[in-house]
Design a protein around this ligand. Structure first.
Ligand code: T4K
Length: 378
């Protein structure tokens, strides 16, 4: 098979029509407001509230997902406590926990959809555990009922890292409605973005004022500072991009569905490669109706050797897949940990995320799948 003429990246950001963005820039120039709760940010907040069907008092915008999570964890009063999370995620999840002075404890994942496993978490709960941070990895829904049960039984906070899960619905409502807090990343590698950006949604509307304070240095006035805040504000250029991308979100999600389906069909009869399942048959939430977002296209190979071969050889065809998420966080210096997480370790060794984005044609997806099968064998 011939290599692609242009590089095929694991993802490429959606760019709204330039003319539309120029119009938004003109508004910013007229407003003479660039950041600090400007009018476009407030508009973006209203638009997201409508899109997600979450009251405007239950969400807040940030300059990126990492700081959003950090501020959400800090506001939940977790410093000094143990927080259980997954080692099979992007490193930002653990960084946010550690940077606020909490102690990340790593539990294993569900073998089917690779989300944190509530049963594995339960075994690690101690009197110092105050929260669990499950990740809806790849946009796959966690076992929200399982975590709800743990929260009740042990009086824990559940704070979802929903960085990948924009647009996902579960049980007829946004996935943002589950747990105490959810964090969404609006980084350009996500299917919905605002250049950089992050969103927190939260069950307790009383949290909003605290989050707004914390993301603005925790200053109340020119003469009052009440906590150790930070600067995590989203600016007007980000909000302008977010507003335009939101108009395209449903179409982008629908197109990713067709890309995912194209890979699914191509690998349906393969022994050496298979798609990771979106929902787990072991999940107590498996019967909740799911609207998926197909944010990523992760596949599992027979073993590490084969995954490495495919990852390397794809580059000869001008295809740049990524090993999201390899290595495990517990292999990184700050997080080396004594807990064994064999399911996560096995997945990290065998997983590869294949290209998916708006401008990738289905014909090209078929060709990528054919190349993968040629390298891995069927
Ligand atoms: N929690 C989870 C579970 C996350 O996955 C993330 C972020 C976070 C928390 C934190 O959220 P943020 O603070 O980021 O909002 C990327 C992203 O930087 C990161 O946002 C993301 N997860 C992670 C999974 O992936 P890299 O280092 O792999 O990105 P990079 O620069 O290699 O880009 C990937 C591909 O996209 C490349 O082939 C180039 C292409 N690309 C990228 C950008 C930014 C473009 O074509 N244009 C672009 O503008 O981390």
């Amino acid at each position: 098979m011939e290599p692609f003429a242009e590089p095929i990246l694991v993802t490429r950001p959606y760019f709204p029509p330039l003319e539309q963005y120029k119009k938004e820039l003109e508004r910013i120039w007229q407003n003479q407001y660039l950041t600090n709760n400007g009018p476009l940010l407030r508009e973006f907040q209203t638009n997201l509230s409508q899109y997600l069907n979450i009251p405007a008092g239950n969400l807040d915008l940030f300059c990126n997902g990492t700081l959003a999570l950090e501020v959400g964890l800090y506001a939940s009063e977790l410093p000094g406590y143990e927080v259980i999370t997954t080692p099979f995620t992007f490193v930002a999840t653990a960084h946010a926990i550690k940077r606020i002075g909490a102690i990340p404890v790593f539990a294993d994942v569900d073998p089917e959809n690779l989300c944190l496993d509530p049963a594995a978490c339960e075994k690690l709960i101690t009197p110092r555990t105050k929260a669990i941070v499950p990740v809806h990895v790849y946009g796959h829904p966690c076992d929200v009922k399982g975590f709800e049960a743990l929260a009740k039984k042990y009086d824990l906070k559940i704070i979802y890292d929903a960085a990948h899960a924009f647009g996902v619905k579960l049980g007829g409502k946004s996935i943002a409605s589950y747990g105490d807090i959810s964090m969404f990343s609006f980084h350009p590698t996500k299917l919905f973005h605002s250049c950089e950006g992050g969103l927190l949604t939260f069950a307790d509307a009383g949290l909003q004022a605290k989050l707004e304070q914390l993301r603005n240095f925790a200053i109340l006035s020119e003469t009052q500072c009440v906590d150790v805040g930070t600067n995590a504000k989203m600016n007007e250029l980000q909000a302008a991009m977010g507003n335009l991308c939101l108009k395209a979100a449903d179409r982008l999600i629908a197109y990713r569905r067709s890309i995912h389906e194209t890979y699914e069909n191509a690998f349906a009869d393969c022994k050496n490669v298979r798609m990771v399942k979106v929902t787990s048959s072991r999940s107590a939430s498996k019967d909740l109706a799911l609207v998926r977002n197909d944010a990523y296209c992760p596949v599992l190979f027979k073993d590490l050797e084969m995954r490495e071969k495919v990852y390397t050889e794809l580059k000869k065809y001008n295809v740049y897949s990524r090993r999201y998420f390899y290595p495990l966080l517990t292999d990184f210096t700050p997080y080396i940990d004594g807990n064994a997480t064999p399911v996560a370790r096995d997945a990290a060794a065998r997983v590869l995320t294949l290209p998916t984005y708006d401008n990738l044609s289905l014909k090209d997806v078929e060709k990528i799948a054919a190349i993968v099968k040629e390298i891995a064998g069927e």
